[in-house]
Structures are given as C-alpha cells and as structure tokens.
Design a protein around this ligand. Structure first.
Ligand code: ZN
Length: 145
C-alpha cells in the first residue's frame, strides 16, 4: 500500500536544512580541494558540513546540526577531527558516525535538534522585528511600571 511513496522525494523536503548527506554534498559549489584530499567534499559532508562559502571565500563550511562555521580549511584537515575540536558539544560529533552508520533513533534525535534550532532562530528573528516595529510603544510600556 505504500509502494508509490518516493522516499527520496520526501527527504528532498529537508534540503534547506541539509538534513541528508547528499544535500550537503550538493551544496558545495566552489570547494578548493578535490576527492584525493582528506578534506574532500564527500568527507566534509559525511562529517556534517555543508558549504557556506561564496566567490570570495570558498573554504567556509557550516555544520547542519550545531551550526558551527569554520573557514580556512586546509587540504590535509580531517573534517571529523576539526568538528570535534571546535564543537565538542555537537550531537553529530558525539555520535561520530556518518549518516549510513547512524541508528534510526539517532537520526531522529538529529532531526529534532535541527528543527528546534531552526524554530529558535525564527523566534529570535520575529522578536527582533517586533521590537523594531513597536519600539516607541515598548518605551512607554517600561515607563508605566
Ligand atoms: Zn556540529
């Protein structure tokens, strides 16, 4: 009864948060190191990094779970080691395994963390917009106390 559901299409709904390793691989447009290096696109994506660079600074990558951004990568860098060194608190680092070696339960924990932080960023953004829009009223609010 479920044979018509295309799971890869379902996963593509989460491309904007780089949930899957293939989403992270696809994000690399101008990475300076090829597949022969420890710091290749595939190895970066395995260790949780999507490309967050631009034309001027192409060696910048960000973790899809903890959002840690690192730049100035060198060809001999080990992405997992750099990740652990700069973000030891990251749940993906704590698991320390690439996507295909994660348990379903672990993958779902990662999914939850990503969406919680995405929602928190959205809440912060809305709050800043609100504060800017009603700053005069908020000023009044404070003086009435
Ligand atoms: Zn991380």
């Amino acid at each position: 009864m479920y044979e018509n559901i295309d799971l890869s299409a379902k996963f593509d709904n989460f491309k904007n948060v780089y949930l899957m390793e293939k989403h992270r691989i696809d994000s690399y447009k101008k990475w300076p190191f090829n597949d022969n290096f420890p710091c290749s696109v595939v190895k970066m994506a395995e260790a949780g990094f999507f490309w967050s660079g631009n034309d001027k600074e192409n060696d910048t990558a960000t973790c899809f779970v903890c959002q840690k951004t690192l730049h100035g990568w060198e060809s001999t860098d080990n992405p997992w080691k750099e990740h652990a060194k700069h973000a030891p608190q990251c749940q993906f680092v704590k698991y320390g395994r690439k996507e295909k070696d994660l348990l379903l339960e672990e993958f779902l924990v990662i999914f939850g963390i990503i969406y919680k932080s995405k929602m928190q960023r959205e809440i912060n953004r809305i709050r800043e917009v609100f504060k800017a829009e009603v700053s005069d009223e908020l000023e009044n609010f404070r003086t009435q106390k």
